[in-house]
Design a protein around this ligand. Sequence first.
Ligand code: NDP
Length: 317
Amino acid sequence: MTAIDILLPRPTLPIVEEQLDAAFTVHRSYKAEDPDAMLREVGNKIRGVAMAFGAVDAQLLAKIPNVEIVSSLGVGYDHINIPDCKAANVMVTHTPDVLSDEVADTAIGLMIMTIRELGQAEQWLRQGNWLAKGPYPLTQATLRGRTLGVFGLGRIGKEIAKRAEAFGMSIRYHGRNPQKDVAYPYDDSLEGLAEACDTLMVVAPGGAATEHAVNAKVLEKLGPDGIVLNIGRGSVIDETALIEALENGTIYGAGLDVFEQEPQVPEALLRLPRVTVLPHVGSASQATRNAMGQLVVDNLTSWFKSGRAVTPVPEMT
Ligand code: NDP
């Protein structure tokens, strides 16, 4: 396989880099002084792209006209322009399932941190306030009696729901379609879901179809006890509307792992007292990232061995 040329636009996990080096000729554009000049030189030879993150569109594809496959790390692929890839006859793969448990665990952690203010309570101790001022104030919110509304009850959403049930929460959901394999009540609109729950977990994918789906109206429906949690994509929530809703008491609090302009996080969000923020760590354990990285490699090797991808994105199946 040494004759097959692969583009690696960004540094990635050692287990990916090592296996790619063993099986392919790898061109690391991120190491080139002038990546465009490098692509002008080797672009015609490139047959596969191993992507950590970063945009893939007609502009990039034009520089690698003989590429056959883009193997992306992560289950979300809103950074990849699927119509452009289809038009260029390029297969796109992602890494579903292997991260669902990890992301669901993180989502539950984020929910409890937000509702019980655990991050703030830890800061209270670390800053010496427990000694100087006494106990951390009682949290006004509790998980007890809450209803979780899942926006996007897919692979990860179902794992979150399962865990939340074990915590005694009622579950309901909204998505494009009712799911056949669950008995939770389905709301046919996001506003309807927001009205019927008090804890809204966003785990729908990013992209044009969901952009700012969680807007001022949805937040108003969620109400003053409402808590918004986002483990999906930053673009799904209108961040300006969210900040306003938190400042005005339209909703109670928010827990966010993802943001509209990562790694930028609006100062206004950081100043709000009942907001928990995490730096997009949903799947970020070594074990889970290695499993995702292995799928990136497996998709490339399978494609060039048999012409079949292991985990193509749904639009390619
Ligand atoms: P799935 O495709 O299994 O689930 C997505 C769910 O969202 C499906 O139930 C789907 O509904 C619903 N959905 C899709 N498009 C729309 C839409 N336009 N409007 C309403 N609902 C929609 O994906 P996963 O559960 O595996 O992953 C979900 C997302 O989580 C990823 O796309 C990614 O963005 C994010 N993620 C975040 C991570 C983090 O680190 N924070 C880590 C991993 C993933 P239906 O079944 O009806 O089509």
